[in-house]
Write a protein that binds this ligand. Sequence first.
Ligand code: COA
Length: 300
Amino acid sequence: MSLVCRPARADDLAAADALVVASINDLTVRHGFGPMAMASPPSFQLFSLQDDPDGLWVAEDRGEILGFAWSWVCGDVWFLAQLFVDTARQGQGIGNELMERTMEHARKSGAIHKALITFTFNRVSQGLYMRHGLFPKMPIYLFNAARERVTQALPEPPLRAIAIDGSTTTMEKLAEIDTCAIGVSREKHHRYLLSDPAITGVLLYAGSGSIGYSYISSNGHIGPLAVRRPDSLRDAFATALRLAADRSVEKVSAFLPGTCDSALSLAVNQGMRISFPMLLMASPGYGDWTQYLPRNPGFM
Ligand SMILES: CC(C)(COP(=O)(O)OP(=O)(O)OC[C@H]1O[C@@H](n2cnc3c(N)ncnc32)[C@H](O)[C@@H]1OP(=O)(O)O)[C@@H](O)C(=O)NCCC(=O)NCCS
Protein backbone atom coordinates (compact mmCIF):
# COMPACT_ATOMS: atom_id res chain seq x y z
CA MET A 1 0.00 0.00 0.00
CA SER A 2 1.40 3.42 -0.95
CA LEU A 3 -0.88 5.66 1.06
CA VAL A 4 -0.75 9.42 0.64
CA CYS A 5 -2.67 11.92 2.77
CA ARG A 6 -3.14 15.21 0.94
CA PRO A 7 -5.38 18.28 1.16
CA ALA A 8 -8.73 17.68 -0.54
CA ARG A 9 -9.68 19.50 -3.74
CA ALA A 10 -13.14 20.51 -4.92
CA ASP A 11 -13.14 17.71 -7.51
CA ASP A 12 -12.58 15.09 -4.76
CA LEU A 13 -15.76 15.96 -2.88
CA ALA A 14 -18.31 13.92 -4.86
CA ALA A 15 -16.15 10.76 -4.62
CA ALA A 16 -15.52 11.46 -0.92
CA ASP A 17 -19.28 11.77 -0.34
CA ALA A 18 -19.89 8.42 -2.07
CA LEU A 19 -17.25 6.82 0.20
CA VAL A 20 -18.83 8.39 3.30
CA VAL A 21 -22.35 7.22 2.37
CA ALA A 22 -21.13 3.65 1.73
CA SER A 23 -19.14 3.64 4.98
CA ILE A 24 -22.07 4.94 7.07
CA ASN A 25 -24.53 2.45 5.59
CA ASP A 26 -22.11 -0.45 6.03
CA LEU A 27 -21.80 0.46 9.72
CA THR A 28 -25.51 1.06 10.39
CA VAL A 29 -26.63 -2.07 8.50
CA ARG A 30 -24.01 -4.19 10.31
CA HIS A 31 -25.44 -3.00 13.62
CA GLY A 32 -29.03 -3.77 12.66
CA PHE A 33 -30.24 -0.20 12.13
CA GLY A 34 -30.65 -0.35 8.35
CA PRO A 35 -29.17 2.24 5.98
CA MET A 36 -28.95 5.81 7.32
CA ALA A 37 -27.28 7.90 4.61
CA MET A 38 -28.11 8.92 1.05
CA ALA A 39 -25.80 10.59 -1.47
CA SER A 40 -26.27 14.35 -1.76
CA PRO A 41 -24.41 17.20 -3.46
CA PRO A 42 -21.39 18.03 -1.25
CA SER A 43 -22.46 21.67 -0.79
CA PHE A 44 -21.40 22.20 2.84
CA GLN A 45 -18.10 20.42 2.17
CA LEU A 46 -17.46 22.81 -0.73
CA PHE A 47 -18.41 25.80 1.42
CA SER A 48 -15.94 24.64 4.11
CA LEU A 49 -13.20 24.00 1.53
CA GLN A 50 -13.56 27.53 0.14
CA ASP A 51 -13.71 28.98 3.67
CA ASP A 52 -10.75 27.07 5.12
CA PRO A 53 -8.95 24.56 2.83
CA ASP A 54 -6.79 23.29 5.73
CA GLY A 55 -9.77 21.39 7.14
CA LEU A 56 -10.36 18.80 4.40
CA TRP A 57 -8.08 15.83 3.72
CA VAL A 58 -8.17 12.72 1.60
CA ALA A 59 -6.16 9.53 1.93
CA GLU A 60 -5.45 7.94 -1.44
CA ASP A 61 -3.62 4.98 -2.88
CA ARG A 62 -2.66 5.16 -6.56
CA GLY A 63 -5.36 7.73 -7.28
CA GLU A 64 -8.15 5.90 -5.40
CA ILE A 65 -9.68 7.76 -2.45
CA LEU A 66 -9.65 5.48 0.61
CA GLY A 67 -10.47 7.95 3.36
CA PHE A 68 -11.80 11.46 3.99
CA ALA A 69 -11.52 13.83 6.94
CA TRP A 70 -13.25 17.21 7.23
CA SER A 71 -13.18 19.69 10.07
CA TRP A 72 -14.29 23.30 10.41
CA VAL A 73 -13.62 26.07 12.92
CA CYS A 74 -15.83 28.85 14.31
CA GLY A 75 -14.17 31.15 16.83
CA ASP A 76 -12.54 28.93 19.44
CA VAL A 77 -14.55 25.78 18.56
CA TRP A 78 -13.11 23.13 16.21
CA PHE A 79 -15.55 20.51 14.94
CA LEU A 80 -14.78 17.25 13.17
CA ALA A 81 -17.61 16.98 10.64
CA GLN A 82 -16.55 13.68 9.01
CA LEU A 83 -13.90 10.99 9.29
CA PHE A 84 -14.51 7.95 7.12
CA VAL A 85 -12.44 5.14 5.66
CA ASP A 86 -13.33 2.81 2.78
CA THR A 87 -15.05 -0.27 4.25
CA ALA A 88 -12.50 -2.63 2.68
CA ARG A 89 -9.54 -0.75 4.21
CA GLN A 90 -10.64 -0.08 7.79
CA GLY A 91 -8.44 -1.18 10.69
CA GLN A 92 -5.18 -0.54 8.76
CA GLY A 93 -4.22 2.79 10.30
CA ILE A 94 -5.76 5.10 7.65
CA GLY A 95 -8.24 6.69 10.07
CA ASN A 96 -5.44 7.43 12.52
CA GLU A 97 -3.30 9.02 9.76
CA LEU A 98 -6.19 11.29 8.73
CA MET A 99 -6.90 12.06 12.38
CA GLU A 100 -3.30 13.33 12.79
CA ARG A 101 -3.83 15.75 9.88
CA THR A 102 -7.12 17.02 11.17
CA MET A 103 -5.82 17.45 14.73
CA GLU A 104 -3.04 19.56 13.24
CA HIS A 105 -5.80 21.72 11.70
CA ALA A 106 -7.25 22.14 15.22
CA ARG A 107 -3.83 23.08 16.65
CA LYS A 108 -3.11 25.61 13.89
CA SER A 109 -6.51 27.24 14.29
CA GLY A 110 -5.85 27.89 17.98
CA ALA A 111 -9.24 26.40 18.92
CA ILE A 112 -9.77 25.84 22.63
CA HIS A 113 -12.66 23.40 22.33
CA LYS A 114 -12.91 20.33 20.10
CA ALA A 115 -16.04 18.31 19.41
CA LEU A 116 -17.66 15.79 17.07
CA ILE A 117 -20.75 13.62 16.81
CA THR A 118 -20.25 9.90 16.19
CA PHE A 119 -22.28 6.69 16.36
CA THR A 120 -22.96 5.36 19.87
CA PHE A 121 -22.52 1.84 18.51
CA ASN A 122 -19.11 2.36 16.86
CA ARG A 123 -16.40 1.15 19.22
CA VAL A 124 -13.61 1.87 16.74
CA SER A 125 -14.35 5.57 16.24
CA GLN A 126 -14.85 6.18 19.95
CA GLY A 127 -11.57 4.48 20.87
CA LEU A 128 -9.75 6.42 18.15
CA TYR A 129 -11.16 9.76 19.32
CA MET A 130 -10.28 9.04 22.95
CA ARG A 131 -6.70 8.46 21.81
CA HIS A 132 -6.82 12.01 20.46
CA GLY A 133 -8.24 13.63 23.59
CA LEU A 134 -11.95 13.69 22.77
CA PHE A 135 -14.19 11.97 25.31
CA PRO A 136 -17.84 10.83 25.42
CA LYS A 137 -20.00 13.70 26.63
CA MET A 138 -23.66 12.90 26.04
CA PRO A 139 -26.01 10.93 23.80
CA ILE A 140 -27.76 12.65 20.91
CA TYR A 141 -30.79 10.85 19.48
CA LEU A 142 -32.15 11.16 15.97
CA PHE A 143 -35.92 11.16 16.50
CA ASN A 144 -38.57 10.97 13.82
CA ALA A 145 -42.26 10.33 13.28
CA ALA A 146 -44.89 10.49 10.58
CA ARG A 147 -46.23 14.05 10.20
CA GLU A 148 -49.81 12.98 11.06
CA ARG A 149 -48.66 11.43 14.34
CA VAL A 150 -46.75 14.54 15.44
CA THR A 151 -49.66 16.87 14.78
CA GLN A 152 -52.00 14.97 17.14
CA ALA A 153 -52.58 17.16 20.21
CA LEU A 154 -49.59 19.33 19.32
CA PRO A 155 -49.93 22.61 21.25
CA GLU A 156 -50.53 25.82 19.30
CA PRO A 157 -47.11 27.32 18.53
CA PRO A 158 -46.16 29.18 21.71
CA LEU A 159 -43.73 31.52 19.92
CA ARG A 160 -43.95 33.87 16.96
CA ALA A 161 -41.72 32.92 14.04
CA ILE A 162 -40.25 35.54 11.71
CA ALA A 163 -38.18 34.57 8.67
CA ILE A 164 -34.42 35.07 9.06
CA ASP A 165 -32.95 37.57 6.62
CA GLY A 166 -29.31 38.41 5.99
CA SER A 167 -29.47 41.86 7.64
CA THR A 168 -26.85 42.99 10.13
CA THR A 169 -29.45 43.24 12.91
CA THR A 170 -30.59 39.64 12.33
CA MET A 171 -27.02 38.37 12.15
CA GLU A 172 -26.26 40.12 15.47
CA LYS A 173 -29.24 38.41 17.11
CA LEU A 174 -28.17 35.01 15.76
CA ALA A 175 -24.62 35.58 17.02
CA GLU A 176 -25.92 36.46 20.51
CA ILE A 177 -28.16 33.39 20.61
CA ASP A 178 -25.34 31.08 19.44
CA THR A 179 -22.95 32.56 21.99
CA CYS A 180 -25.47 31.80 24.76
CA ALA A 181 -26.19 28.28 23.44
CA ILE A 182 -22.85 26.93 22.19
CA GLY A 183 -20.32 29.57 23.24
CA VAL A 184 -19.46 30.83 19.76
CA SER A 185 -20.93 32.80 16.84
CA ARG A 186 -21.59 30.87 13.63
CA GLU A 187 -22.43 33.76 11.33
CA LYS A 188 -20.76 32.18 8.29
CA HIS A 189 -22.81 29.02 8.78
CA HIS A 190 -26.06 30.99 9.05
CA ARG A 191 -25.18 32.64 5.75
CA TYR A 192 -24.58 29.18 4.27
CA LEU A 193 -27.99 27.93 5.49
CA LEU A 194 -29.71 31.06 4.15
CA SER A 195 -28.29 30.33 0.69
CA ASP A 196 -29.99 26.90 0.59
CA PRO A 197 -33.49 27.16 -0.92
CA ALA A 198 -34.51 23.85 0.73
CA ILE A 199 -34.04 25.31 4.24
CA THR A 200 -36.17 27.93 6.02
CA GLY A 201 -34.80 29.79 9.04
CA VAL A 202 -36.90 31.65 11.60
CA LEU A 203 -36.18 33.85 14.59
CA LEU A 204 -38.48 32.92 17.48
CA TYR A 205 -40.11 35.68 19.52
CA ALA A 206 -41.89 35.73 22.89
CA GLY A 207 -43.52 39.16 22.89
CA SER A 208 -41.03 41.55 21.33
CA GLY A 209 -37.86 39.70 22.38
CA SER A 210 -36.07 37.17 20.18
CA ILE A 211 -35.49 34.15 22.38
CA GLY A 212 -34.03 31.77 19.79
CA TYR A 213 -34.01 30.53 16.23
CA SER A 214 -34.78 27.37 14.29
CA TYR A 215 -34.21 26.02 10.79
CA ILE A 216 -36.65 23.66 9.11
CA SER A 217 -35.81 21.73 5.94
CA SER A 218 -38.25 21.00 3.16
CA ASN A 219 -38.12 17.30 4.14
CA GLY A 220 -39.44 18.07 7.65
CA HIS A 221 -36.08 18.01 9.47
CA ILE A 222 -35.62 20.52 12.32
CA GLY A 223 -32.24 22.02 13.22
CA PRO A 224 -30.09 23.68 14.11
CA LEU A 225 -32.27 25.20 16.82
CA ALA A 226 -30.89 27.38 19.62
CA VAL A 227 -32.28 29.45 22.47
CA ARG A 228 -30.87 32.11 24.76
CA ARG A 229 -32.02 30.28 27.94
CA PRO A 230 -32.58 26.58 28.66
CA ASP A 231 -36.13 27.20 29.95
CA SER A 232 -37.21 28.37 26.44
CA LEU A 233 -36.16 25.15 24.71
CA ARG A 234 -39.51 23.36 24.97
CA ASP A 235 -41.46 26.27 23.50
CA ALA A 236 -38.91 26.69 20.71
CA PHE A 237 -39.03 22.99 19.84
CA ALA A 238 -42.87 22.95 20.01
CA THR A 239 -42.98 25.89 17.59
CA ALA A 240 -40.50 24.21 15.24
CA LEU A 241 -42.51 20.96 15.32
CA ARG A 242 -45.62 22.89 14.33
CA LEU A 243 -43.79 24.69 11.50
CA ALA A 244 -42.36 21.39 10.21
CA ALA A 245 -45.68 19.54 10.50
CA ASP A 246 -47.57 22.33 8.69
CA ARG A 247 -45.60 21.48 5.54
CA SER A 248 -46.60 18.71 3.19
CA VAL A 249 -43.89 16.37 4.45
CA GLU A 250 -43.99 12.65 5.14
CA LYS A 251 -41.87 12.75 8.30
CA VAL A 252 -40.71 15.17 10.95
CA SER A 253 -37.25 14.63 12.48
CA ALA A 254 -34.70 16.24 14.81
CA PHE A 255 -31.47 15.46 16.69
CA LEU A 256 -32.11 15.80 20.43
CA PRO A 257 -29.28 15.83 22.99
CA GLY A 258 -29.73 13.72 26.12
CA THR A 259 -29.38 16.88 28.24
CA CYS A 260 -32.44 18.54 26.66
CA ASP A 261 -35.10 16.94 28.91
CA SER A 262 -37.98 19.21 27.93
CA ALA A 263 -37.49 18.65 24.19
CA LEU A 264 -37.06 14.89 24.72
CA SER A 265 -40.32 14.70 26.71
CA LEU A 266 -42.20 16.65 24.06
CA ALA A 267 -40.81 14.43 21.27
CA VAL A 268 -41.82 11.24 23.06
CA ASN A 269 -45.27 12.63 23.95
CA GLN A 270 -45.85 13.52 20.30
CA GLY A 271 -45.10 9.93 19.27
CA MET A 272 -41.60 10.51 17.90
CA ARG A 273 -39.29 7.48 17.91
CA ILE A 274 -35.53 7.11 18.26
CA SER A 275 -34.08 5.91 14.98
CA PHE A 276 -30.32 6.37 15.56
CA PRO A 277 -28.40 6.83 18.83
CA MET A 278 -25.43 9.16 18.34
CA LEU A 279 -22.84 10.52 20.77
CA LEU A 280 -21.24 13.91 21.31
CA MET A 281 -17.52 13.55 22.05
CA ALA A 282 -15.56 16.62 23.10
CA SER A 283 -12.42 17.94 24.70
CA PRO A 284 -12.82 18.24 28.47
CA GLY A 285 -15.08 21.13 29.52
CA TYR A 286 -17.07 21.52 26.30
CA GLY A 287 -20.49 20.31 25.20
CA ASP A 288 -23.08 20.89 27.93
CA TRP A 289 -25.78 21.63 25.41
CA THR A 290 -29.08 22.41 27.11
CA GLN A 291 -30.00 25.16 24.63
CA TYR A 292 -29.06 23.65 21.30
CA LEU A 293 -30.34 21.01 18.88
CA PRO A 294 -27.73 20.20 16.21
CA ARG A 295 -28.69 19.97 12.55
CA ASN A 296 -26.76 16.77 11.83
CA PRO A 297 -23.40 15.17 12.75
CA GLY A 298 -21.53 17.20 10.09
CA PHE A 299 -23.05 20.65 10.50
CA MET A 300 -23.31 20.31 14.31
C1 COA B 1 -13.78 5.06 12.45
C2 COA B 1 -12.82 4.95 11.25
C3 COA B 1 -12.73 6.29 10.56
C4 COA B 1 -11.43 4.61 11.79
O1 COA B 1 -10.54 4.44 10.71
P1 COA B 1 -9.66 3.10 10.59
O2 COA B 1 -8.72 3.28 9.47
O3 COA B 1 -10.58 1.93 10.54
O4 COA B 1 -8.91 3.10 12.00
P2 COA B 1 -7.37 2.85 12.34
O5 COA B 1 -6.98 1.52 11.82
O6 COA B 1 -6.55 4.02 11.91
O7 COA B 1 -7.40 2.90 13.92
C5 COA B 1 -8.22 2.06 14.64
C6 COA B 1 -8.05 2.43 16.12
O8 COA B 1 -9.35 2.44 16.73
C7 COA B 1 -9.19 2.05 18.08
N1 COA B 1 -10.06 0.89 18.32
C8 COA B 1 -10.43 -0.10 17.46
N2 COA B 1 -11.27 -0.96 18.07
C9 COA B 1 -11.43 -0.51 19.32
C10 COA B 1 -12.20 -0.95 20.43
N3 COA B 1 -12.96 -2.05 20.38
N4 COA B 1 -12.12 -0.23 21.58
C11 COA B 1 -11.36 0.89 21.66
N5 COA B 1 -10.62 1.36 20.64
C12 COA B 1 -10.66 0.67 19.48
C13 COA B 1 -7.74 1.72 18.30
O9 COA B 1 -7.14 2.90 18.81
C14 COA B 1 -7.27 1.43 16.91
O10 COA B 1 -5.92 1.66 16.70
P3 COA B 1 -4.84 0.45 16.93
O11 COA B 1 -5.35 -0.72 16.15
O12 COA B 1 -3.57 1.04 16.39
O13 COA B 1 -4.83 0.22 18.42
C15 COA B 1 -13.28 3.86 10.26
O14 COA B 1 -13.22 2.59 10.90
C16 COA B 1 -14.66 4.10 9.70
O15 COA B 1 -14.80 4.77 8.67
N6 COA B 1 -15.70 3.53 10.37
C17 COA B 1 -17.07 3.62 9.93
C18 COA B 1 -17.61 5.01 9.95
C19 COA B 1 -17.44 5.78 11.24
O16 COA B 1 -17.94 5.45 12.27
N7 COA B 1 -16.74 6.93 11.14
C20 COA B 1 -16.64 7.88 12.21
C21 COA B 1 -17.73 8.85 12.05
S1 COA B 1 -17.68 10.15 13.23
